[in-house]
Design a protein around this ligand. Structure first.
Ligand code: 13P
Length: 341
């Protein structure tokens, strides 16, 4: 393993004012997104849509440090025959790949999930590297509810994350370690903090046991937010303060960067929260975005599967990328949203 090279890539992924585009929706998830805009989810449409994103010069050159791809996409070519990976590289951005194979029920733990995909990973990783991937992603899912999460679910998922991360590093690929605590429940922000703290501490313990080099990874956590069905809302400032405090307690300074998932927050919430955290400042790691929905909801709606809407969709994507890039610097203002509208 060449750790200084891994470290260089990890730092580039969280470079100031830049963040990651999570365009790695599985076939099932992208179908849900396309259903919402009444577009058929077939290979060509998925290709056309993702090509439109990767050809958004403004966003890609200025604000998108890396793109997480789904297996189908990493092998696809643009309409003119250029590999999609090349489009990303030509924009100066880094291609990455989702390597987990989704979740299944965790035995003996009703309502809880374990992420699959370790079998075969040692043979898949070198092929992805050859195809241009310099980082990977593995998402573990932890739900909050009555009596859950269990220690079994937290420990098993942390163990799998560390096994994946170690395999990535020996294959010269930077692992994005993503233990996502869902915001689906009716719990308040403090319950989210409590669970996320436990999950992060367990994850870093497993990374340590399995000798993962912290300098060569990126953490992708959830923010500390109340569940969507919680009666108790939290202000932007409260989310920012509680998230930063939590991360400082759990994430060693040797980790080059933290790139949040958006997890179902609205576009503007995801931006405002990231901005408020960076305004607090004095952080030991880069703090940026690795958003799926919060970067893509607007361009998907603008595109709606029509060729004549490609330019408008690219503008919508560039706008969200710009807003989040500013938030990663702590330089976002809500007026900038109004001006664009
Ligand atoms: P969201 O930002 O839509 O949560 O997606 C990010 C991601 O990659 C989840 O694994």
């Amino acid at each position: 393993m060449n750790l200084s090279e891994l470290n260089k890539i990890a730092k580039a992924m969280v470079a100031p004012g830049k963040g990651i585009l999570a365009a790695d929706e599985s076939s099932g998830t992208i179908k849900k997104r396309f259903d919402a805009i009444k577009v058929e989810s077939n290979e060509d449409n998925r290709r056309d849509y993702r090509e439109l994103l990767f050809r958004s010069k403004d966003a890609m050159q200025k604000r998108i440090s890396g793109v997480i791809l789904y297996d189908e996409t990493i092998w696809q070519k643009a309409k003119d025959g250029t590999p999609l990976v090349k489009l990303i590289e030509q924009a100066g951005s880094i291609p990455g790949i989702k390597v987990d194979e989704g979740t299944k029920p965790l035995p003996n733990c009703p309502g809880e999930l374990i992420t699959y995909g370790l079998d075969g990973l040692p043979t898949r990783l070198p092929k992805y590297y050859e195809q241009g991937a310099r980082f990977a992603k593995w998402r573990a899912v932890i739900d909050i509810g009555a009596g859950i999460p269990s220690y079994a679910a937290i420990a098993t998922n942390a163990h799998a994350l560390a096994r994946y991360a170690a395999l990535c590093q020996v294959n010269q690929i930077v692992p994005i370690v993503e233990p996502e605590v869902l915001m689906d429940g009716d719990h308040d922000i403090d319950r989210c903090v409590e669970v996320t703290e436990f999950v992060l501490k367990e994850t870093f313990q497993q990374l340590y046991y399995q000798k993962v080099a912290l300098e060569g990874m990126v953490l992708k956590p959830n923010m500390a937010v109340p569940g969507k069905k919680s009666a108790k809302k939290a202000s932007v400032q409260e989310v920012a303060e509680k998230t930063v405090k939590l991360l400082k307690e759990c994430v060693p300074a040797a980790v080059p960067g933290i790139a949040f998932l958006s997890g179902g927050q609205s576009d503007e919430e995801a931006t405002a929260h990231l901005d408020a955290m960076n305004k607090i400042g004095n952080l030991p790691w880069g703090l940026t975005f690795s958003y799926g929905r919060a970067l893509q909801a607007a361009p998907q709606k603008a595109w709606s599967g029509k060729n004549e809407n490609v330019a408008a969709a690219q503008r919508a994507f560039s706008h969200r990328a710009e807003m989040n890039g500013l938030a990663a610097l702590g330089q976002w203002k809500s007026d900038l949203e109004k001006k664009a509208a």
